[in-house]
Design a protein around this ligand. Structure first.
Ligand code: ADP
Ligand code: MG
Length: 461
């Protein structure tokens, strides 16, 4: 049975739908379209670049596995923004459950490419104080593999760029020396492959495959902790490659010494070369990463919004990227421009009111007082029954801000305003939300109250 690109893709999607939460499916997968299929690759278009990255990051493994199941063999999945020029691929149909394709292929002259993310390059890596050493070491290794630092061991917390740097080494080496035999594996995959090999009685082939590599990239070696059989196998692989002067690069969430579940002989080998850490980026680096990302992906994010994200997302680069993606998704789903208001809203949804957010320490009264002061009225006018315009607008703004900043329930907010009904509160909140979209004057006032509250919240720390 023959399948076209879009038939194949719609089967894959139908199956993915069962595994992915509905909201995610609708946001990320539903708007995709398969545009080309070759013997080795399926090209899928997404509405924007950030969709492509998100899918690559979150769903690529799942989609690859489903594709393999549907087709009976592996296929590379490439995601890209629609509107990019079409790839030069013969548009052929594939046979379902086709056995290995053994037609001669010019690309066979080159060793099989490891599955590296092409976007993880040195060009796209922003260097700051916190990853300078790691970056320099990786560049050195990429320029002169197996001469300077072997092995190179990178460690640091989640989402700080270890995998990115590791792929950058691979990408650069393969670009300058395309005949390099390279393999990239997560430690998890190494373990699983080994188990499969043991079960299938193909351990010799497994060994040979790894031991004939010029470049071995093993991600997240902390995963090997406590897995003695895998460590044993890895130890021999390591030695074989090291003795043959092949480059080895490893990553982990901790330095070698802090991996008690690893055998001492592995730990000591991990320290033979260079051990470099990546740390949480400081504010300046976060800003630089966001600017670069906005520039590379052609996003229009105002300097204020970028600054706001850099201030709010402090945990990792992945969190920063997540915030941008969330914001773009939020903006495209609600058909609203990306303003400060929207950024605040989207990120509060994502991060929740953070325990370290000074604004969290505020009370509804602090917010009422700040609003009253800004509008030049007495705070008790906000709770009064008066319905003249000079008090209704600030009253609605105060309700809106209490809801937004403190996430107080509608009923509770009503109680703070002289026992008003929750439907009055929701009406007020919605009204202000709508007005903020077009009314720049009001936006300025609300921003000013926010600024005042941020200052006051900070002082109470
Ligand atoms: P780790 O492997 O340390 O958990 P990753 O390498 O997967 O982290 O990085 C998470 C995301 O952040 C990736 O999309 C990566 O491209 C991006 N990233 C991390 N550090 C940087 C940086 N310094 N400059 C640009 N992007 C970065
Ligand atoms: Mg990683």
């Amino acid at each position: 049975m023959e399948l076209t690109a879009s038939e194949l893709w719609s089967r894959v999607l139908a199956s993915a739908q069962a595994d992915v939460p509905e909201q995610s499916y609708r946001t990320w997968l539903a708007p995709t379209r398969a545009v080309a299929l070759s013997d080795s690759e399926l090209v899928v278009e997404t509405p924007q670049q950030f969709h492509a990255e998100w899918i690559e990051d979150k769903f690529a493994d799942l989609l690859m596995a489903i594709t393999e199941r549907v087709l009976g063999r592996r296929l590379r999945l490439t995601f890209r923004e629609s509107g990019e020029p079409a790839p030069v691929l013969p548009s052929v149909s594939l046979s379902l459950l086709d056995e290995r394709d053994d037609r001669p292929d010019a690309s066979l002259a080159l060793p099989p490419r490891p599955s590296l993310n092409e976007r993880y390059t040195f060009d796209r890596f922003v260097v700051g104080n916190d990853n300078q050493l790691a970056n320099a070491a990786c560049q050195a290794v990429a320029n002169k593999p197996a001469t300077l630092y072997n092995p190179l061991f990178l460690y640091g917390g989640v989402g700080l760029g270890k995998t990115h740097l590791m792929h950058a080494i691979g990408n650069q080496i393969l670009e300058s020396m395309p005949h390099t035999r390279a393999v990239y594996v997560s430690s998890e995959q190494f373990t699983n492959d080994l188990i499969t090999a043991i079960q299938g009685g193909t351990t010799p082939a497994f060994r040979r495959r790894y031991r004939e590599m010029d470049l071995l990239l093993v991600d997240d070696v902390h995963f090997l902790e406590g897995k003695e059989r895998t460590q044993e196998e890895f130890f021999h692989t390591f030695n074989a490659l090291y003795d043959a002067q092949r480059q080895i690069v490893l990553t982990s969430d901790r330095p070698p010494k802090e991996l008690p579940g690893l055998e001492a002989r592995l730990i000591s080998r991990f320290e033979w070369g260079l051990v470099a850490d990546v740390r949480v980026p400081d504010y300046e680096t976060r800003l630089a990463i966001l600017r670069k990302k906005a520039h590379d992906d052609g996003l229009t994010l105002g300097p204020e919004v970028i600054d706001f994200i850099a201030h709010s997302c402090t945990a990792s680069v992945r969190e920063l990227e997540g915030a941008v993606i969330k914001l773009l998704a939020y903006s495209s789903l609600t058909h609203q421009e990306i303003t400060m208001e929207l950024a605040r809203r989207a990120l509060t949804v994502m991060l929740g009111p953070r325990s370290d957010d000074p604004r969290r320490r505020l009370t509804p009264d602090d917010i009422k007082n700040a609003v009253a002061k800004r509008w030049g009225i007495r705070p008790d006018a906000l709770t009064s029954k008066r319905r003249t315009k000079d008090v209704t607008l600030p009253r609605q703004v105060a309700m809106y801000l209490i809801r937004e900043i403190l996430d107080t329930s509608l009923v509770r907010i009503g109680e703070h305003f002289g026992g008003r009904d929750h439907s009055t509160v929701i009406h007020s909140v919605r009204k202000i939300e709508e007005m903020l979209q077009n009314d720049t004057e009001l936006r300025g006032e609300v921003e000013a109250v926010h600024a005042e509250l941020a200052r006051r919240g900070g002082e109470t720390l």
